[in-house]
Design a protein around this ligand. Structure first.
Ligand code: ZN
Length: 373
């Protein structure tokens, strides 16, 4: 694995009580969701045989090394499928105080608006009952299918009263670029409830993951994610989403971040040359991104020398932008070496605790209530 990550065992990590902003419980077998569907969908699924299908997303091949660390695999079940192994592997060794669950389920990419919404609702209910009810360190993401605005908002409204749900979850690739107006009411609903919108790597496959057409192999689709995130970032800024909804926070998960310096330079330079076209973008795009968008840590796609990562951080020039994540159970580092020595002690603490607390008001409120007891 990456040298920088391997050499950066941080002994203090387990004592700091960090907030892990991207943990993946394995999506449930479809049959396990029947109990959380209404009568119509239960009957429909059984009649169609959908209950026997796996609706896990195929972008994560279950037996590929990238998808699960060898020591986090459990014979006979998908990695991350059982609460006790998540406790023993993702929470206890890192001393994690809070972990945000992002189940990656195919519900988000169904072509039927109604089936997508029903499945998202079932997965969210499953998450609440099977995980959040049983482990107080876990928090949830409200999984929605962004293709139907009305149904997506209905799901946000249904869940928002449960304060263990701390963000809204969508995938990076959708029907249209994420800055388009069709998504604004979803963002407004999220912001109204103090919920950041997490945009996780992956997509609905309505479009090819590269701008030049459909690739053949996983490596192409996975590496292409960074370009997708760049496009979405520029779409959100250029279409004026943050000017319209100043309270909106976006979290890019599993997006990487070492591409940010070159993105900032290109976006800011070009904006200066064509800014008359978008008068609502009043500042350089990099300034807007630094205020509104956060990036989860893992995977760190950095060169092996800590100095190189430190230089990249200097170029990003913003200590607020990174949120700690293990991306459990995906294989990006060994042991508990999720944090690079390049961050230094002060920035490491910001990434582990301060930045997540500033991003997730519901978690900040919980921890301050706990501290007051
Ligand atoms: Zn992830």
């Amino acid at each position: 694995m990456n040298e920088i990550v391997r050499s950066l065992e941080t002994p203090a990590l387990s004592t700091l009580g960090g907030i892990d902003c991207d943990v993946h419980p394995a999506p449930p077998p479809t049959a396990a969701l029947l109990a959380y569907l209404d009568e119509y969908w239960r009957e429909t699924f059984v009649m169609r045989g959908v209950d026997r299908l796996s609706l896990a997303m195929t972008a994560s091949p279950p037996r590929a090394p990238i998808n699960a660390r060898p020591d986090w695999r459990v014979e006979g079940t998908p990695a991350g499928a059982m609460l006790e192994t998540v406790r023993a592997q993702a929470l206890d060794p890192f001393g994690t105080r809070i972990a945000i669950c992002n189940p990656l389920h195919g519900a988000m990419i169904m072509h039927s608006d109604d089936m997508a919404a029903a499945l998202c609702g079932a997965v969210n209910e499953w998450l609440a009952r099977e995980w959040l009810d049983k482990e107080p360190r876990l928090r949830g993401s409200i999984m929605i299918s962004a293709q139907n605005t009305e149904l997506a908002i209905a799901e946000i409204e249904r869940r928002a009263g449960d304060r263990r749900f701390v963000q809204v979850l969508i995938l990076a690739q959708n029907d249209e670029p994420l800055g388009r107006r069709r998504y604004w009411p979803i963002y407004e609903a999220a912001a109204r409830h103090g919920l950041p919108v997490c945009v996780h790597a992956g997509g609905s496959a309505r479009h090819a993951p590269t701008a030049t057409g459909w690739p053949s192999y996983f490596v192409e689709a996975h590496v292409a994610q960074a370009a997708i995130f760049e496009s979405q970032l520029l779409s959100l800024v250029s279409e004026g989403v943050f000017a319209k909804i100043p309270d909106l926070k976006i979290v890019f998960a599993e997006a990487g971040f070492t591409w940010l310096p070159s993105f900032f330079w290109r976006a800011d330079k070009t904006w200066r040359g064509v800014r008359a076209e978008t008068p609502w973008v009043k500042e350089p795009p990099s300034d807007i991104v630094k205020r509104h968008v956060r990036f989860t840590l893992q995977p760190v796609e950095a060169p092996p020398e800590p100095d190189a990562l430190a230089r990249t951080l200097d170029h990003i020039a913003c200590d607020d932008i990174l949120l700690f994540s293990t991306d459990y159970p995906h294989w990006h580092f060994e042991g508990t070496a999720a944090l690079s020595a390049a961050f230094g002690e002060t920035l490491a603490k910001k990434i582990l605790i301060d930045n997540p607390l500033a991003t997730y008001p519901r978690i900040a409120a919980d921890l301050s209530t706990e501290a007051a007891r």
